[in-house]
Design a protein. Structure first.
Length: 110
């Protein structure tokens, strides 16, 4: 009985993994594809920077040089650059999904 359950679980996991895998994305070739890729990458970078910003909302800054408006500005700039860096190094996978959706919507519009 235990073996059947393990086999069933493995087959379900394999089937779900195949459904979740997206088609590989090639390099953009046309101007529209390049523009769509750039927009998807920028969106992911902004999303990541906003996520990082929300993660640091409750962090208290103490000490003689801590806090203030200038720290908020620099923290926002740091989060923006971290978002761009993370996105540029592969990101969290949103960019590819967004790129595919942009291409689909462009195909529908033609």
């Amino acid at each position: 009985m235990d073996t059947n359950f393990s086999q069933l679980q493995a087959s379900l996991t394999d089937n779900n993994a195949n459904k979740l895998k997206a088609k590989p994305i090639g390099e953009p070739k046309t101007a529209e594809e390049i523009s769509a890729r750039r927009a998807a990458d920028e969106f992911e970078a902004v999303f990541i920077s906003q996520m990082l910003k929300s993660m640091s909302v409750g962090v208290k800054t103490d000490g003689p040089f801590g806090g203030g408006q200038s720290e908020e500005i620099y923290r926002d700039l740091m989060n923006e650059q971290l978002g761009k860096s993370i996105s540029g190094q592969g990101g969290i996978g949103m960019s590819d999904a967004i790129y595919r959706e942009i291409l689909k919507s462009q195909e529908v519009g033609k």
